[in-house]
Ligand binder design. Structure first.
Ligand SMILES: Cc1ncc(COP(=O)(O)O)c(C=O)c1O
Length: 373
C-alpha cells in the first residue's frame, strides 16, 4: 500500500509491449536476454523479471551474483547470466544459484574450476571477447584458445555462450560497431573450429534496434525494455513506451511577497507576489540537486519551474500562473499528465547525464507502484 505521496509508477504493460516489439524486430528465433541489473534499471528487478518472462524473454542478465540471489529468493527461475566480472567469493555464490557466468579472463576459468570442484556443480560459462570496448574481456585469440582447451578437458565446465559488448552502438555512425563485429567473427570461428556450438550474443539495445543483423542467437537489451532509446541517434523504428514515471503531491502552499528568498542559500528571490508550492521529493529520492533552478514538473498538465535549491527531501515550485493548485494536488516530475509529457531524457539532460542514470538513481526510499496499463 502506498502511504507516501512520492512514488515511481512502473507500467509493466509497457515493459511487456517493449519486449514484444523488440522481438518482432529481430530475426526469427533470436532470444532476448532482458538486462535487469541495478534493480531493473531502478524499476524493480523482480517485478520486471516476471513481466519480461511473461512477454517472451528467455534470459535475464545481471551485473553480479548478488543481484541474481535476490531474484532467486523471489522465486525467479530459469537462465540468468552474470554479465560482469566476479571474485572467488562471488563465483561461490553463483555456484549455489544455478547461474551462467561471464568469463573475462583465464583467471575466471580457474575460479570456475575451484568452485565447481568444491560445490560439485557444473559451471556454465560465457566467454566475453573484448572486441573494442576495452573494459573487461578476453582480448586475444590465444587466451580464448587456452580457455577453450581447459573447458574441453574438464567435465565440470560447460561453454554455454560466447559474447561481446558494443561500445558505440548508440551512435548514428556504426563504423566502430561493424569493426567490433568483424573482430567478434574471429572469436566465433575459433570457437567453432574447436568443436563448440555456444549461444552467440553481442547486441545491446542500440545494436538490437539499429543492427538486428548482429542479433546472432540472442540480444541483451536493457534500456529499451524500459521504454527508452539509448540515445537521440538511435532509430525510432521500434515503438517503445516509457515504463517509469515519477509522481508526488503538493505538501504545502503559500503566497510570498516580492523580495522573499527561497530555500537554502536564498538563491532565488521573488520578483513579484508569487505562489510557491512545496513538494516532498528531494535529492535523497534521486531528484537531482543539479535541477536547482532548472527543473520543471507538471501540475494540472502545465509546466511549473523548480525555484531555489533542491533539498534532501523537498523542492519548491512556482505555481503563480497555474490555477487550482492546493494541498495534495498531483504533480508529475517526469512522465505524462493531461496529455503533456516531461520525458526522462529532458530531466537527464538538465543534469548533464543520460536516461540510464536518472532511472537507476531513483532511490529505494521511493516506493514503486506497479500498474498494467
Ligand atoms: C554486457 C552488457 N550487455 C548488455 C547491456 C545492456 O545495455 P543497454 O541498456 O544499452 O541495452 C549492458 C548494460 O550496460 C551490459 O553491460
Amino acid at each position: 500500500m502506498l502511504i507516501r505521496p512520492t512514488y515511481a509508477k512502473v507500467n509493466l504493460g509497457a515493459i511487456k509491449l517493449n519486449v514484444a516489439n523488440i522481438k518482432k524486430h529481430l530475426p526469427n528465433g533470436a532470444m532476448i536476454c532482458a538486462v535487469v541489473k541495478a534493480d531493473g534499471y531502478g524499476h524493480g528487478s523482480t517485478m520486471v523479471s516476471k513481466a519480461v518472462k511473461e512477454a517472451g524473454a528467455e534470459w535475464l542478465g545481471v551485473a553480479m551474483p548478488e543481484e541474481a540471489a535476490v531474484l532467486r529468493e523471489e522465486g525467479v527461475a530459469g537462465p540468468i547470466l552474470v554479465l560482469g566480472p566476479a571474485n572467488l567469493a562471488q563465483w561461490r555464490k553463483a555456484a549455489g544459484l544455478d547461474l551462467s557466468m561471464a568469463v573475462v579472463s583465464y583467471a575466471c576459468v580457474q575460479n570456475a574450476l575451484t568452485v565447481s570442484r568444491e560445490c560439485g556443480v557444473k559451471m556454465r560459462l560465457h566467454i566475453k571477447a573484448d572486441t573494442g570496448m576495452n573494459r573487461v574481456g578476453v582480448k586475444t585469440l590465444e587466451e580464448a584458445g587456452r580457455i577453450l582447451d581447459t573447458i574441453a578437458q574438464e567435465d565440470c565446465l560447460e561453454l554455454e555462450g560466447l559474447m561481446t559488448h558494443f561500445a558505440c552502438a548508440d551512435e548514428a555512425d556504426k563504423t566502430y560497431t561493424h569493426l567490433q563485429n568483424e573482430r567478434f567473427g574471429t572469436f566465433i570461428r575459433l570457437v567453432r573450429e574447436k568443436g563448440f556450438a555456444p549461444i552467440i550474443h553481442a547486441a545491446n539495445s542500440g545494436a538490437a534496434l539499429d543492427c538486428p543483423q548482429f542479433a546472432y542467437d540472442m540480444v541483451r537489451v536493457g534500456i529499451a525494455i524500459y521504454g527508452c532509446y539509448p540515445s537521440d541517434e538511435v532509430s525510432r523504428d521500434v515503438l517503445l513506451e516509457p515504463a517509469m514515471s515519477l509522481h508526488t503531491q503538493v505538501s504545502f502552499i503559500k503566497e510570498l511577497k516580492e523580495g522573499e528568498r527561497l530555500s537554502y542559500g536564498g538563491l532565488y528571490t521573488c520578483d513579484k507576489t508569487m505562489r510557491i508550492a512545496t513538494l516532498p521529493i528531494g535529492y535523497a529520492d534521486g531528484y537531482n540537486r543539479l535541477l536547482t533552478g532548472k527543473g520543471e514538473v507538471l501540475v494540472g498538465g502545465r509546466r511549473a519551474r523548480v525555484v531555489g535549491r533542491v533539498c534532501m527531501d523537498q523542492i519548491l515550485i512556482d505555481v503563480t500562473d497555474i490555477d487550482d493548485v492546493c494541498l495534495n494536488t498531483h504533480v508529475v516530475c517526469f512522465g505524462e499528465q493531461n496529455g503533456n509529457r516531461i520525458p526522462v531524457e529532458e530531466y537527464a539532460e538538465k543534469c548533464g547525464t543520460i536516461n540510464y542514470e536518472t532511472l537507476c538513481a531513483i532511490s529505494p526510499r521511493v516506493q514503486r507502484l506497479y500498474v498494467e496499463d
